[in-house]
Design a protein around this ligand. Structure first.
Ligand code: AMP
Ligand code: ZN
Length: 116
């Protein structure tokens, strides 16, 4: 997909508004528009990769930074000690709907396992 048609690229560029939670030179964290838990934040690399596998293959350091930022979001939201979940839906059958890799950071309530 060309990045000028990608929703999360547009959020990174500022063309689509979002509630920004954290930012680094390579990543952006913003609130999910349809939260599934009291804390539901998405962490994305600013560069476009369709999914976690593509990011892992192309740029291991940025993938690690996405995970580090997910933890920093949890700390900032006050849920790091209680526990939180980081999810990369990868592929349509797993529920991926936006094909710009993103880590969901979920917490603030008890989370069932296994997920549906
Ligand atoms: P996934 O289904 O794993 O691809 O996750 C995509 C997520 O993006 C969903 O949880 C949506 O609620 C969220 N989402 C869709 N559009 C926006 C938007 N404009 N701003 C913030 N989150 C969004
Ligand atoms: Zn993108």
């Amino acid at each position: 997909m060309p990045t000028d048609e990608c929703l999360f690229c547009k959020i990174v560029s500022g063309d689509v508004p979002a509630k920004i939670v954290r930012e680094t030179d390579r990543t952006l964290a913003f609130r999910d528009i349809n939260p599934q838990a009291p804390t539901h934040v998405l962490v994305v690399p600013k560069d476009h990769y369709p999914d976690a596998a593509a990011l892992a293959a192309a740029d291991e350091a940025t993938l690690a930074l996405v995970l580090k930022e997910a933890h920093e979001v949890a700390v900032g939201e006050g849920i790091a000690d209680a526990g939180y979940r980081v999810v990369f839906n990868t592929g349509a059958e797993a529920g991926q709907t936006v094909f710009h890799v993103h880590a969901h950071v979920l917490g603030g309530r008890g989370l069932n396992w296994p997920p549906g």
